[in-house]
Structures are given as structure tokens and as C-alpha cells.
Design a protein around this ligand. Structure first.
Ligand code: NCD
Length: 537
């Protein structure tokens, strides 16, 4: 029999579980909830970890009620060892790193960490760190990490319980979903997790209802479109109701005042108005409509007003109750207690090793083999040196010039002879060329750096007046292991201001950007370099 595919797995972002695995998860939650309702102890016992030494450790570095308490109660259902780090009195306050703190706790028979923090990508990083620590120290098992909300990034367990509640109201039908996301879509991590989360449904239509100040960040809208969702945007509930196609499921979020700057806070009354449901809207929604909310709602300014509590619109209370069932099943799967009967495909991790992104051109086949095309140092042809050609083809001259400066500094070729110029091809497009006379001995690492800095370029190595070697660069699938990379997100665990010494890593996205491997922030290939960062970004 195949190993239980869920055992020991971390859930740091919703995509850590495949679509098939998530669909299986929802069936299991259905089974557990039915057993709870019927009081079927035999079924409940099949989910139970039942091990007083199995450590479930909660570390909440940001406030929480539902997530923390539903996990605590879920862990108690399992008769597991439940602990909580008192963050206000822990050594984190003495300047201890997250890695040291969690490594240590891994050694105390803790198998699952549930972590909430402002620091984005923290659980993804800790998962790697604690696996290495466990190996070094020959611990029997490495701990798993559950992201209980990281800054504005993701909240994967909330995503699971939100979707389970949608499914409950759909008769567990995965074929389609039409949902309106209403509220603070800019700061809300629960709605950000939906960009990948809703992929469990075959056909997805998402209506984004938020004023521009609280709009869904472009990268998540892009991701939704890439995932095949139909996406529409509206600036207010009023605007939304003014058109004919209104969803039967509305997912509200709270304006996250604690994450807003002064400028937006000054407009809060106006912003709140555009995303708060009002009595006069009642006649404009269809019968059978359901409202959802990850909660909490604000006691003075709830976006779902309390007069709706006792109406059939109320699905948010059941949604919060489902949180505990979902978390019981998640702990059970990670402990390997259930999941043996999962027959879907095992998750496959991307394999980047085969992709060649620095391609050596076979000069013997080229018409211009050995010829130097006009590459010169001023009026003199170059005898020995390097020429990087086709830089930023198609861009405007000033951005080409700016990027050539970045290439020179990052490659460390800005202190010798040579120059840069911009030429215009017969197709009318501009491109940049850097030439450097002299002896250059480029290592494989230099070439990797060049590909990351200047994809779609050619590098010519010129010896004795001839092109002795020529390479074409493509966008590398991953960029890492360079000191001067830097994620643009200050809240990311890999950002230098976090002081954790985490090296940056970027993964190429389907649309030719680079996503930070930790916080998911999208960057262009120019934006990943610390020195290329524009002021005030
Ligand atoms: C949410 C969160 O913390 O992201 N709450 C929750 O976990 N149920 C939403 C919020 O704080 O508004």
C-alpha cells in the first residue's frame, strides 16, 4: 500500500495541497461533521490521533480568537498534547531568531506547529529550517507547519473552511461557484488565499466589490484570471446591485484598520459605507442568498449588520463552527491518522533541474560564425572582450539605459573600459548593447547571474577579433543563491529588515514574473535586485 500522502505535510499556502487532496479533505470533513451530529463515536474515533505525546503547538504572534481556539479545541478532540508559546514572555523578545526558537521547540516532541504572524512566508521558511534541524539532531520526525495567517499573504485553513461552507450550501457540488468578495480586499489574507483556493471548483466567477483604496492587489487578480476565473470589479455594493448578475454567495471581510496607513484611515467612514450592507439593499438580493464572513466583525461598524443575524442570509455563524471540524480533519491528516484511503494522484513538486536557460550557440552552423559584427571600442574593433547584445529589446531607451547600468553593477563590470549603447533595429525596436574589452573569464555562476539579469540576450565572447563563444539567455525557472537579491516586500521573512538572514529565492510565474518563494510577491526580473530597486517602491 502507498504511504499516507498527508503524513507530516505542512500547509503554508493553500496550494501546498493539490486540488484532488483538497476535494478529498472536504469529503472527510463532511464525514466527520455527520458523525458529530449523529454522535457516532466509532467514526469520530477513526479520526482521533489519541496520543498524549503528539505535540500540537500554537504560536500566535498576532491576535486571534476563532483560529486559535478552534485549533486548540480540535487538538483537544484528538487527546493530543496541546501547548501554546507565551509570545509576550518568550526569548523572541530577547532578539532570538524564529529559526532558533522553533528549532528548539521541534526537539520537545512537537509534531505540528500552528503559527500566525505579521511576517509573510514565515511558516514556509520554518518548514525548511526545522526539517534541516531535525536531520542534524536525528529527531524521529520533522514537525509540520500550519500557516494560521501571515500578514496580508495567506490564510489557508480559513480558505478550507470557507470552501467547505460554500460546498455545504451547494450540495458538495464542485462544478461551479459564483461568489462576490466584498470589503477590504487589499489587506485581507483570507480573500488572497481564494486566488488559488477556489481552483477546487471547475467554473469560477468572482465579483470583487471594493473601493479602489481597498481593491484586490493586481497580482491576485492576475492569478485568478490565469486560473481561468471570470473576474469582475465593482467599487461599491450599490454599483454591484445596479447590474443584473448578482451572486447568491457574498463573502464579506472587515476593513483591517490595524494594517492601514493614515491616508486611508482618514477616509474610513466613506470607505466603510461602500462595503457595508444596508437595510434598503434587502429588496435587491435574490431569495436563497447567503452571506459569509471570516469574522471578527467590528462591534460598532460591522459590514454585515446585526439585524441580519436572524435571517436566512446568515451562513457566517455556521462557517465559524465549521472551522473546528476542518481543523480536526487537518490535524488528523497531518498526523497520518486518516488519509490512507485517498486514491488521487500524489502531489508532484516542480522539477527545475532539466531546464537549460543558458544555451550555447553552435557557431559552426551559423552564417556569421567567427565574424565580429560591428562590435567596437569607440572606432576600434574589439580584439578581446565580451559583448552583451539584445538587452531589453522593445523597451524605451531610458529604461534600457537604466537596466544596462544595473547589469554592469550587479555583474561587477562597471570599472573597466568599454561602454553601452542603444541601437534601433530594422523593426523599429530599441535594444541595448554592453561591450567590455579585456580578458573576462566568466564562470557558470556569472552566466547564471547574467541570465537572471538579462534574459533573452546574447553574450558574445570575443577572442583575437573573433566571436569564440556565444550564449543565449532565457528566464531561469528559479533565481536564488545571490547575495544581492532582495524581495521588495518588507513584511517578507526574506527581507533584510527582518534580520533573520534568509536568502531570497524567486520562482518564475506563468506570465513571466518572479514570485518570491516565501511571500509570493510578484516582481519583474529587474525588481528582484536590491540595487535595482526604485526609491519609494
Ligand atoms: C481573519 C484573519 O485573521 O485573517 N480572521 C480569522 O482568522 N477568522 C480575518 C480578519 O482578521 O479580519
Amino acid at each position: 500500500m502507498r504511504e499516507n500522502v498527508f503524513r507530516g505535510r505542512s500547509l503554508t499556502v493553500i496550494e501546498d495541497f493539490s486540488i484532488e487532496e483538497r476535494r478529498y479533505f472536504f469529503q472527510k470533513v463532511r464525514e466527520l461533521k455527520d458523525a458529530y451530529e449523529k454522535g457516532d463515536e466509532a467514526v469520530l474515533d477513526r479520526f482521533r490521533i489519541n496520543d498524549p505525546d503528539f505535540g500540537v503547538y500554537e504560536v500566535f504572534l498576532e491576535d486571534s480568537t476563532r483560529t486559535k481556539e478552534s485549533f486548540r479545541n480540535a487538538a483537544k478532540f484528538h487527546h493530543a498534547k496541546v501547548s501554546e508559546l507565551m509570545t509576550s514572555s518568550s526569548s523572541i523578545n530577547k532578539g532570538e531568531s524564529y529559526a532558533d526558537t522553533f528549532n528548539m521547540l521541534s526537539g520537545y516532541s512537537n509534531r505540528i506547529f500552528i503559527v500566525r504572524s505579521k511576517v509573510e512566508g514565515l511558516t514556509r521558511y520554518l518548514d525548511e529550517e526545522c526539517r534541516a534541524y531535525s536531520q542534524r539532531n536525528h529527531l524521529p520526525v520533522a514537525p509540520a507547519f500550519i500557516n494560521a495567517g501571515d500578514g496580508k499573504h495567506e490564510h489557508p485553513t480559513q480558505e478550507l473552511l470557507d470552501e467547505f461552507t460554500f460546498l455545504e450550501d451547494n450540495g458538495m457540488d464542485f462544478s461551479k461557484l459564483h461568489v462576490a468578495l466584498v470589503g477590504d480586499l487589499y489587506h485581507g489574507r483570507t480573500v488572497h488565499s481564494k486566488a488559488d483556493g477556489l481552483k477546487v471548483f471547475d467554473n469560477v466567477k468572482v465579483d470583487l466589490v471594493a473601493p479602489p483604496e481597498l481593491a484586490m492587489p493586481d497580482s491576485y487578480v492576475e492569478k485568478m484570471k490565469e486560473n481561468g476565473f471570470e473576474v469582475r470589479t465593482f467599487a461599491s455594493i450599490d454599483d454591484y446591485l445596479d447590474q443584473g448578475d448578482v451572486a447568491m454567495k457574498w463573502y464579506f471581510t472587515r476593513p483591517q484598520l490595524e494594517r492601514m496607513g493614515e491616508r486611508i484611515l482618514q477616509k474610513q467612514a466613506e470607505l466603510r459605507k461602500s462595503i457595508t450592507f444596508r437595510p434598503e439593499f434587502m429588496s435587491r438580493i435574490k431569495e436563497g442568498t447567503k452571506f459569509y464572513h471570516p469574522l471578527p466583525r467590528h462591534k460598532e461598524h460591522p459590514t454585515i449588520p446585526t439585524f441580519l443575524d436572524n435571517t436566512p442570509l446568515n451562513a457566517w455563524e455556521r462557517q465559524a463552527i465549521n472551522g473546528m471540524y476542518c481543523r480536526i480533519v487537518l490535524l488528523s491528516l497531518i498526523a497520518g491518522r486518516c488519509g490512507d484511503d485517498y486514491t488521487g494522484p500524489a502531489r508532484t513538486l516542480p522539477d527545475y533541474t532539466d531546464e537549460e536557460y543558458i544555451v550555447r550557440v553552435d557557431l559552426s552552423k551559423k552564417e556569421d560564425s567567427g565574424k565580429v559584427k560591428n562590435y567596437s571600442e569607440g572606432v576600434h574593433p574589439i580584439d578581446n572582450g565580451i559583448v552583451i547584445d539584445h538587452i531589453c529589446r522593445g523597451e524605451d531607451p531610458s529604461s534600457i539605459r537604466e537596466h544596462m547600468r544595473l547589469i554592469s553593477t550587479v555583474l561587477g563590470i562597471d570599472d573597466g573600459r568599454g561602454g553601452e549603447w542603444i541601437s534601433r533595429g530594422s523593426d523599429g525596436q530599441y535594444k541595448g548593447i554592453i561591450f567590455r574589452p579585456g580578458d573576462y573569464d566568466l564562470t557558470r555562476k556569472d552566466l547564471k547571474r547574467l541570465a537572471a539579469l538579462a534574459p533573452h540576450c546574447t553574450l558574445n565572447i570575443i577572442k583575437d577579433g573573433k566571436v569564440s563563444a556565444k550564449f543565449r539567455t532565457h528566464m531561469p525557472p528559479r533565481i536564488y543563491n545571490f547575495d544581492d537579491l532582495c524581495c521588495a516586500n518588507e513584511a517578507c521573512i526574506s527581507h533584510p529588515s527582518q534580520g533573520e538572514g534568509v536568502g531570497s529565492m524567486f520562482i518564475r510565474t506563468a506570465d513571466g514574473h518572479y514570485a518570491c518563494a516565501y511571500c509570493g510577491r510578484f516582481h519583474s526580473y529587474k525588481e528582484i535586485w536590491a540595487r535595482g530597486r526604485k526609491q519609494g517602491r
